[in-house]
Design a binder for this molecule. Structure first.
Ligand SMILES: Cc1cc2nc3c(=O)[nH]c(=O)nc-3n(C[C@H](O)[C@H](O)[C@H](O)COP(=O)(O)OP(=O)(O)OC[C@H]3O[C@@H](n4cnc5c(N)ncnc54)[C@H](O)[C@@H]3O)c2cc1C
Length: 496
C-alpha cells in the first residue's frame, strides 16, 4: 500500500506512518499498521526479525516482551532505530467500489472568513466514511484540467460544457482574487456492489446545494462578496488522483516543499482561515511584483479530511507509533501549502524555503492561540516547529520512544535532524545545504527538462503542421474554385 504518489519510496513511507488520502486508510489503516514482519540491523550490529508476536536476534529466538518496544518504535519512527532490510506487508484486494467524485469550488480569498467557515461546515458535515480532498489552485484552467483528467469518459461532455463556459468567462484568468478548489470525495466499502455511488453521491450533492443556498440566502451575492461558487457539479470518477496530477499543478521540473498541520474538527476553522490568508498573501505578492515574491514558483493549498468511519467498523485502528495515531479515533484534517521549487532557479530556494517556514509558524500559531490540539506528520517534516517530537508523536508516545531509544540505540548511532533524541535543529542547516539539494534535484530533473523540450517541439511542430494543412486546404479550395470559374468561362466562350 502506498499513498497517492507512486514514486515515493515504500520503506520511508511505511516506517513513519504512511497515509492513503484517497480512502484506503479509512479502510485498512496506515501503511505501518499493515507491516506483518520486518528484518532490521540494529545499532549493536545484530540482525533482528520481528512480528507482532515473535522476535529473533541473529536467528536465535528471544522472549517477545524484550522486543515489543522495538516493534512499536520501528513502525512510526523507524529511521531513528535501525536500518530495515526487509518488510512483509499485508496485501489487500482493491475494493470493487472505490468511488470518487470531483467538483470545483470557486473561492474568493479576500472573503476568506466566509470561505473557510463554509468549507469547514462542509468538511464536518460529510459522512465520516468519506475521505475528502480539497486541492486549491490559482487558476480555473488548472483545476479544470485536473478534473477532466480523472472523471469517467461519459461525464466528459457535461464537464466540457461547464468548463468551456467558465473558461470563456472573465473570472477564470490566473489572478490573485480567487482560488479554485478541486473537491474530491472518495469512498470505499468492502463487499458493496457499487450502489454507494447513489448513497454518498446524493448525500454529498445535497450538502453542496445546502451550502450553496446558505450563501445565496445570506445575500453574499448581493453584496458582491462571493465566497463560494460551484461552477462544476459533482462528476463521478472511478479512481482517485495520483502522482501525474502533480505535474498538472506545478508542471514538470519541480521539486516541492510545504508547510502542514494536522488537527481535529475543533481546530479546522482556525487552520483553514490561516491557510487561506497565507495563500492569498502569496497570490497578491506574486501578482504585484510580477513574479513570485516569495520566490516559490507556484503554491497550492491541499486539505485532506481523513475520516474514521470505516476504521471503527474494521480492525484497522492504528496501533503503531505514527503521528496520525493520536487522532485516529476522530476525523482528521490535514492542511498544507505546497510550493514548487523550480529547479532552474536555484538561487530562489533559500528564499522560498523561508517563506514556507514562516507559513508553518502561522499555522502552528493558529492552533496554539485557540488552544486546539494539533499534530505534525513526520513523513512530511518541517524544521521550524520547536517541540517537534511531541508535535509528531504526541507527548506520551514521544516519551515512550525516547525510552526505547535509550534501550536500543544508546550511543545515538541513528542520528539525523529530528531523529528521536536528536538535539539538532534547523539552525544547523544553512542555505548552502539547500543550494546543494537544489543542485541534486537539478541533476535528477535533467531528463524532465528534455521532456519539456520534446513537448515544446511537438507543440510547435504540431502548430506548423496544422498551419500547413490549413493553407494547403485553402490553396486546394482556391484552385477548385478558380478551375470551376475557368470551366464556366471556357464553356461560355466556346458556346459563343
Ligand atoms: C510527491 C510526494 C507525495 C507524498 N505523498 C504522501 C502520501 O500520500 N501519504 C503519505 O503518508 N506520505 C506521502 N509523502 C511523504 C512520504 O511518505 C515521505 O516523504 C517518506 O518519508 C518517503 O520515504 P522515502 O523512502 O521515499 O524517502 P527517504 O527520504 O529515502 O526516507 C525517509 C526517511 O526514512 C528513512 N529510511 C528510508 N528507508 C529506510 C530503511 N530501510 N530503514 C530505516 N530507515 C529508512 C530515511 O533515512 C529517512 O530518514 C509524499 C512525499 C512526496 C515527495
Amino acid at each position: 500500500m502506498h499513498g497517492q504518489c507512486t514514486s515515493v519510496g515504500v520503506s520511508g513511507f511505511s516506517l513513519h506512518g504512511g497515509v492513503h488520502f484517497g480512502g484506503l486508510s479509512e479502510l485498512y489503516g496506515l501503511a505501518s499498521d499493515n507491516i506483518l514482519s520486518l528484518k532490521a540491523v540494529i545499532a549493536n550490529g545484530s540482525m533482528v526479525e520481528l512480528t507482532n508476536s515473535s522476535c529473533y536476534m541473529n536467528a536465535k529466538g528471544v522472549d517477545y516482551h524484550e522486543c515489543n518496544g522495538l516493534w512499536f518504535s520501528l513502525r512510526g519512527a523507524g529511521s531513528s532505530f535501525a536500518v530495515v532490510t526487509e518488510l512483509t506487508i499485508q496485501l489487500h484486494r482493491l475494493p470493487s467500489t472505490f468511488k470518487s467524485s470531483l467538483s470545483i469550488f470557486q473561492v474568493m480569498v479576500s472573503s476568506s472568513t466566509n470561505a473557510s467557515r463554509y468549507i469547514d461546515i462542509f468538511i464536518n458535515s460529510v459522512p465520516s466514511e468519506v475521505s475528502l480532498t480539497f486541492f486549491g489552485l490559482d487558476a480555473y484552467f488548472k483545476a479544470f484540467l485536473f478534473v477532466l483528467k480523472f472523471i469517467k469518459s461519459n461525464e466528459r461532455k457535461r464537464a466540457l460544457h461547464h468548463g468551456m463556459s467558465r473558461l470563456l468567462g472573465t473570472k477564470t484568468r490566473k489572478g490573485s482574487d480567487y482560488v479554485y478548489f478541486v473537491v474530491e470525495a472518495t469512498w470505499v466499502a468492502e463487499g458493496d456492489d457499487g450502489g454507494n455511488d447513489d448513497i454518498y453521491g446524493d448525500k454529498i450533492g445535497n450538502l453542496l446545494s445546502k451550502i450553496h443556498d446558505k450563501i445565496v440566502q445570506g445575500n453574499i451575492y448581493a453584496h458582491g462578496d462571493l465566497a463560494i461558487d460551484m461552477p462544476l457539479p459533482f462528476l463521478y470518477t472511478d479512481r482517485t488522483w495520483s502522482v501525474p496530477s502533480y505535474d498538472l499543478v506545478w508542471g514538470s521540473g519541480h521539486a516541492y516543499g510545504g508547510a502542514s498541520i494536522t488537527t481535529g474538527a475543533a481546530g479546522s476553522e482556525s487552520v483553514l482561515q490561516a491557510l487561506m490568508q497565507r495563500f492569498h498573501s502569496h497570490l497578491m505578492l506574486s501578482r504585484s511584483s510580477k513574479r513570485a515574491a516569495s520566490h516559490c514558483s507556484d503554491c497550492v493549498v491541499v486539505l485532506h479530511r481523513v475520516g474514521d468511519g470505516l476504521a471503527s467498523r474494521t480492525s484497522s485502528s492504528s496501533s503503531s507509533s505514527s503521528s496520525f495515531n493520536p487522532l485516529r479515533t476522530n476525523s482528521t484534517l490535514w492542511a498544507e501549502v505546497d510550493c514548487g521549487l523550480f529547479y532552474r532557479k536555484l538561487r530562489n530556494w533559500p528564499m522560498c524555503s523561508r517563506w514556507i517556514d514562516d507559513t508553518q509558524l502561522v499555522l502552528d500559531q493558529a492552533v496554539e492561540k485557540r488552544n486546539h490540539s494539533a499534530f505534525h506528520y513526520p513523513n512530511v517534516p518541517n524544521l521550524v516547529t520547536e517541540n517537534w517530537g511531541e508535535m509528531y508523536y504526541g507527548k506520551d508516545t514521544y516519551n515512550r520512544l525516547l525510552e526505547e531509544k535509550r534501550i536500543w540505540d544508546k550511543k545515538n548511532l541513528f542520528n539525523h535532524v529530528q531523529s528521536i533524541g536528536s538535539a539538532q535543529r534547523k539552525k544547523d542547516i544553512i542555505n548552502n545545504d539547500l543550494i546543494e539539494h537544489a543542485h541534486l534535484c537539478n541533476k535528477a530533473y535533467k531528463w524532465r527538462g528534455l521532456r519539456d523540450l520534446r513537448l515544446g517541439i511537438t507543440i510547435i511542430s504540431g502548430f506548423f503542421f496544422l498551419r500547413s494543412i490549413y493553407s494547403g486546404a485553402r490553396r486546394l479550395i482556391h484552385q477548385l474554385l478558380t478551375s470551376r470559374k475557368c470551366d464556366t468561362s471556357t464553356s461560355t466562350s466556346s458556346s459563343m
